[in-house]
Design a protein around this ligand. Structure first.
Ligand SMILES: Cc1cc2nc3c(=O)[nH]c(=O)nc-3n(C[C@H](O)[C@H](O)[C@H](O)COP(=O)(O)O)c2cc1C
Length: 292
């Protein structure tokens, strides 16, 4: 597979480990050569450490999984001190995924991350609850998302990729709003809002009631959203959602994605991304990869 240029950063290939499914790379580094990946997205980072949600955190579903981790992470200062130096030795590009409870936390978090030399791209996760908006997520309304992107853009000295929620009112409008507010790329999608009920306990499986659905179950919807976003903006689009095989990755690239992220598939087969890289290489050597 030829090198991929994403926001001015050269990736060895277009296959990226999705945020929250690869930690900071250390555990998987014991299983395979992570330098073969195009990039690693960190677990979602927030300015302050977060313990995450109580109760059930992951739940298997037919053709997918649900999660309610609650952005458990050590906080950005601890990440910069303890995790980033180790990530830097992994031989692949580093994308720092950042979340926040409110606008100030986003801005301060991005400012700190953007000072770290070895971070290549900042991925802004706008699917977190927005306490200033009465619990509504930043990622639902295009004008609210544009506000946070513009505020972060002012302090961000790295390429800024905005990760869109599939729960957005209109995904193409959302992508355009982020582009206009200063995003260098958009990545989509995050997990879908979903519900599971324990029929014996007669209550929702998750303490938070709803949780995020990911995996093959969401792939056709994610693919449609990537298609719509890619046809609405000029900035690169990174495709995410249920990608499990190299054929899935080809579909996203044909739909207009510049690169892809793989999440849930890694839980099923830790080396799934290597298979995807190999398959893409063979496909591209045999036939042209055309964008539809
Ligand atoms: C256990 C788990 C934790 C996740 N944590 C994050 C996170 O911290 N930040 C984020 O932007 N996305 C997070 N995601 C979403 C994934 O990065 C990805 O967008 C989503 O799972 C869809 O891709 P997939 O179907 O390949 O898993 C998480 C997903 C899972 C399954």
């Amino acid at each position: 597979m030829p090198e991929t240029m994403l926001c001015g950063v050269t990736l060895k290939n277009p296959v990226i480990a999705a945020s929250g499914t690869f930690g900071f790379g250390a555990e998987y580094g014991r299983l395979f050569d992570v330098s073969k990946l195009g990039a690693i997205c960190t677990k979602g980072l927030t300015l302050h450490p977060r313990e995450g949600n109580p109760g059930m955190r992951v739940w298997e579903t037919p053709a997918g999984m649900m999660n309610s981790i609650g952005l458990q992470n050590p906080g950005i200062p601890a990440f910069l001190e303890h995790e980033l130096p180790r990530m830097r030795t992994m031989g692949t590009a580093i994308i720092a995924n950042v979340g926040g409870g409110d606008l100030e936390e986003y801005v301060e978090g991005v400012r700190l991350l953007s000072e770290a030399e070895s971070i290549d791209i900042i991925e802004l996760n706008i699917s977190c609850p927005n306490v200033h908006e009465g619990g509504m997520a930043f990622g639902i309304k295009a004008n609210v998302a544009a506000g946070v992107v513009a505020a972060v853009r002012r302090v961000c000295r790295k390429p800024l990729m905005v990760k869109l929620s599939p729960n957005a009112e209109n995904i193409a409008d959302m992508a355009v709003a982020c582009e206009r507010a200063g995003a260098d790329a958009v990545s989509l999608v995050n997990a879908f809002n979903a519900l599971a009920i324990d029929i014996h306990a007669r209550k929702p499986v998750f303490d938070n009631v709803t949780a995020g659905l990911s995996g093959p179950a969401i792939k056709p919807i994610a693919l449609r959203m990537v298609w719509e976003a890619a046809h609405a903006v000029r900035i690169p689009v990174v495709g995410i959602g249920g990608i499990t095989t190299w054929q899935d990755a080809v579909e996203f690239l044909m739909a207009g994605a510049t690169a892809v992220q793989v999440g849930t598939a890694t839980f099923v087969k830790p080396t799934a991304m290597l298979d995807i890289v190999d398959g893409l290489e063979r496909y591209c050597a045999a036939e042209p990869l055309t964008r539809l």
